[in-house]
Write a new protein. Structure first.
Length: 278
């Protein structure tokens, strides 16, 4: 089941607002904060998404929403994070970078990268239940992508509640300039992925690492956001989730992700220092 659009008991509102303010302050000061789970020790998914919405309500003014991201879809990433279910967040236009476009260090606090398949919708998706066939009909094209995850929580000391509250640990993302039709790809599930830093392979996996098939992740997302009352619409970009382990990003480094028939994409970090790791 996906997240609901409610935040549960209204008596929890002060704690939800306090958690949102802590995350906003960490981003503004560029200094990671303590986990927000201490403000809601028994907080569940609904509370986490309530914090996420509260952060957006205070910070989204003037920003253009362009899509969604799915997190924690890979068993390898779930194991790294100590969680067992996906989560979701929102993408804005100011988070997008082109292939090899330099990413300023001051945009990020504790960046980690992961290679993903990005889907762009050509038509709206219906309300629940959304099926695989619905998604296949709606997708206009796919591209190779690198998501640069980030956390406002010091040392990535996160629970599922923390990462959900923090917009699914979003940072920025990089997309290839070479779109492909799903009809031209034999088997996205079997597509091999690897990320290189220089001559070193720092992450690897396959399409199957993303919930068995990246399309499955998009189906999960479509149903989850429809349950929240915000169904996916034409033009949205969807980061479908990691195909392998996250990799801490080094200042000044260039990482290249190659995904089967989708080709490659590069994330280029400038040489400055990211925020205080806390």
């Amino acid at each position: 089941m996906g997240p609901s659009a409610t935040s549960g008991d209204p008596d929890r509102r002060p704690a939800i607002d306090a958690a949102a303010e802590r995350l906003i302050d960490a981003a503004a000061r560029r200094t990671p904060c303590a986990p927000v789970r201490d403000l809601l020790p028994d907080g569940g998914l609904d509370d986490g998404y309530a914090v996420q919405r509260a952060v957006r309500a205070r910070t989204e003014g003037g920003r253009r929403r362009v899509g969604r991201k799915i997190g924690l879809t890979s068993a390898a990433v779930q194991q790294q994070m100590g969680v067992t279910t996906p989560d979701l967040g929102v993408l804005h236009a100011d988070m997008a970078y082109g292939d090899s476009e330099p990413i300023p260090a001051d945009r990020l606090l504790q960046p980690r990268i992961e290679a993903e398949v990005a889907f762009v919708l050509g038509t709206d998706l219906p309300d629940r239940p959304v099926t695989t066939a619905d998604v296949l009909r709606a997708v206009d094209f796919v591209v190779a992508a690198i998501e640069v995850c980030d956390s406002r929580i010091a040392r990535w000391d996160i629970s599922l509640f923390d990462t959900v509250a923090d917009n699914a640990s979003s940072g920025v993302y990089v997309t290839s300039g070479a779109p492909r039709s799903l009809r031209d790809i034999d088997d996205l599930r079997a597509s091999e992925m690897y990320v290189t830093w220089g001559d070193e392979i720092v992450s690897s996996g396959t399409g199957a690492a993303c919930m068995g098939h990246p399309v499955n992740a998009v189906v999960w997302l479509a149903n989850a956001v429809a349950e929240q009352g915000e169904p996916l619409v034409a033009g949205e970009i969807i980061l479908s989730g990691s195909l392998g382990p996250l990799v801490p990003a080094r200042p000044g480094a260039t990482y290249e992700a190659t995904i089967g028939h989708l080709g490659s994409v590069r994330a280029v970090f400038d040489g400055g220092e990211a925020g205080d790791a806390g």
